[in-house]
Design a protein around this ligand. Structure first.
Ligand code: SAM
Length: 210
């Protein structure tokens, strides 16, 4: 676990309510749109990497998905979702505090049907961090499984919450994942922060080849 990163994110989640975060979405419509293109059953596993305090988890529960795994480096972030959901709904989710660049628990998962990452990969600036992310993804996502990645686009911000980011387009994401993954769909999407300033993202959906 990268302790300084954990502290960084814990401090942010401690200081702000979920709906004050610049990346907060009341309805995660672009993630929902790409998830709707994944042909999966409600009992197949969906892993949200760096879930933070995301309402995507609420959406999945409300849609009746029964195998939801939420992970984040920040325990405080995940506790915000748990609080919002209440005990009954929170007990339907598997919660994992882990660092995707030094995973201890995530890499023991298997047969993940959907890997969902909104605004996490772009924080990984070092080659070894990106490679650990990729090798973990390849270890846990099943053949025929899906990968949804949303990152700041090439015309997007260069920093978020005080950290530098790497900007992507769909081709860079395809190159990063490599030839085992096919690009099924992608689009640009502008998220508006609570301040109403725009934050351009690229969203991409991949499928792991059989
Ligand atoms: C910009 S937020 C996005 C949160 C969420 N995906 C969403 O869309 O609302 C980035 C998230 O990535 C988490 N994160 C950053 N580095 C991480 C790492 N190395 N391993 C796991 N999570 C990480 C942060 O704690 C934070 O919750």
């Amino acid at each position: 676990m990268n302790d300084s990163m954990k502290e960084h994110w814990d401090e942010i989640y401690e200081a702000l309510d979920a709906d004050e975060l610049t990346w907060y979405e009341e309805i995660p419509e672009s993630s929902i749109k790409l998830l709707s293109k994944c042909h999966i059953n409600k009992d197949e596993s969906i892993l949200d990497v760096g879930a933070g305090a995301s309402t995507f988890i609420d959406y999945l529960i409300n849609q009746g998905f029964t195998n939801i795994i939420a992970t984040d480096i920040s325990e405080i972030a995940l506790s915000k979702i748990k609080e919002r959901l209440g005990n009954e709904k929170a007990s339907l989710v598997r919660w994992i505090v882990d660092d995707i660049t030094q995973p201890v628990h995530i890499q023991n998962l298997k047969d993940i049907a959907v890997w969902h990452d909104r605004a996490v990969l772009h924080f990984l600036l070092e080659e070894n961090q990106q490679q650990m992310y990729l090798s973990t993804l390849k270890k846990v996502v099943k053949k025929g499984g899906y990968v949804i990645i949303a990152a700041f686009s090439l015309k997007g911000a260069k920093k978020c919450s005080g950290l530098s980011v790497k900007n992507y387009d769909q081709n860079m994401l395809a190159e990063f994942l490599g030839k085992d993954f096919s690009l099924l769909d992608y689009f640009d999407y502008t998220h508006y922060m609570p301040s109403r300033e725009p934050r351009p993202y690229v969203y991409a959906l991949f499928q792991r080849n059989q």
